[in-house]
Design a protein around this ligand. Structure first.
Ligand code: UDP
Ligand code: MG
Length: 318
């Protein structure tokens, strides 16, 4: 008889007290059903990663761990952000799991497609991407900014799966490969397609958060998008060069025009023109330096090779 695979659901949680009990109930129901269908082993787990929450998320995880045999927990010593928390969970769970699925604590990602993830794995996929079939439930703003982001990433030459967030299955082998990427600026959606291996896609409808607030306000969303671009593409640097040479060419032509004007009509170049040019070039240069600075900032943090997270405690049944 074929051995059933141990599945670990890895779920980063930051101040998720209002949703965790409900999430655990729903996932327990789902896992029971999958165990009954013999899709996964009864040793499968839900691994919550407490990302340094300020509310009672961790004590709730401890409580859930005591009464529910599926629940395990990892507590990070400090808030390190969604991506680092997810990585900590994957690396902790990988020695005990055959397959790992990452998802959010608010169950916006439809858990009814979990069976399809496992089925795709069973026919050979090592990485299965959960892709949203539509963004109807998002606000107008989020929908449009997200679309713009994916398009921009593609244009900048970053290999990224359209409308896929962090709802994905990875085999233990894929997680082992992921471990070799030691970058500090983590943008998992950009790294994972670089691993290669056989992939598959599962489509689902993304729902609204059933309780609590989004932990991704506009500011975090923007910095996440910037992280993605600057960590995976050096095209902005090339654009500066192109843009800079076009401007230099334009100003050279303008210079010739000014010199001819000086001899022909004896005009002194106007105050307005000088000020306009000074402002324009001043601003433009600072903009360029800013972009270069962004990359230097990245090099700076990468060369430090600081650990990406610290685990304070692990709750496990083993
Ligand atoms: N999250 C985290 N650390 C953070 C911010 C968010 O672990 O610093 C988790 C959060 O608990 C949730 C997931 O990341 O499980 C996605 O966050 P959220 O649902 O708030 O984002 P949205 O769905 O609004 O983009
Ligand atoms: Mg959410």
């Amino acid at each position: 008889m074929k051995k059933e695979n141990i599945l670990y659901l890895v779920i980063p949680c930051y101040n998720e007290e209002p949703v965790l009990s409900e999430t655990t109930d729903r996932l327990t129901g789902k896992l029971d059903q999958m165990v009954k269908r013999k899709l996964i082993s009864p040793k499968s787990k839900i691994m919550y990663v407490d990302d340094g929450s300020k509310d009672h998320t961790w004590s709730l995880i401890e409580k859930l761990h005591q009464k529910n045999h599926y629940v395990e927990g990892v507590k990070l010593a400090k808030n390190r952000g969604h991506q680092n928390a997810l990585l900590a969970g994957l690396m902790t769970a990988k020695t005990r799991a055959d397959v790992l699925i990452s998802m959010d604590a608010d169950l916006q990602d439809d858990i009814e497609v979990l069976d399809q993830f496992i089925e795709a794995y069973n026919v050979g996929a090592e990485i299965v991407y959960g892709v949203r079939s539509s963004r109807k439930k998002d606000t107008f703003f989020k929908r449009h900014t997200a679309q713009l982001f994916y398009k921009l990433m593609r244009r900048l030459g970053v290999d990224i799966v359209y409308n896929h967030a962090d709802y994905r299955l990875m085999s233990r082998r894929a997680v082992d490969e992921l471990e070799k990427y030691s970058e500090v600026n983590l943008f998992l959606r950009g790294i994972i397609p670089q691993i290669g291996l056989q992939t598959a896609v599962v489509k689902y409808e993304r729902k609204a958060r059933f309780a609590g607030e989004s932990k991704y306000p506009l500011k975090k969303m923007l910095s996440f998008a910037l992280e993605g671009i600057l960590s995976f593409s050096v095209r902005p640097l090339r654009l500066i060069t192109v843009f800079g040479s076009l401007i230099s060419l334009a100003s050279f032509i303008f210079l010739i025009y000014v010199i001819i004007g000086h001899f022909v009509s004896g005009n002194v170049a106007g105050w307005t023109t000088i000020i306009a040019l000074v402002c324009f070039f001043g601003g433009f240069q600072i903009f360029c330096i800013g972009i270069i600075g962004e990359y230097i900032g990245k090099i700076y943090s990468e060369t430090k090779r600081r650990p990406r997270y610290a685990i304070e405690k692990v709750l496990s049944n083993k």
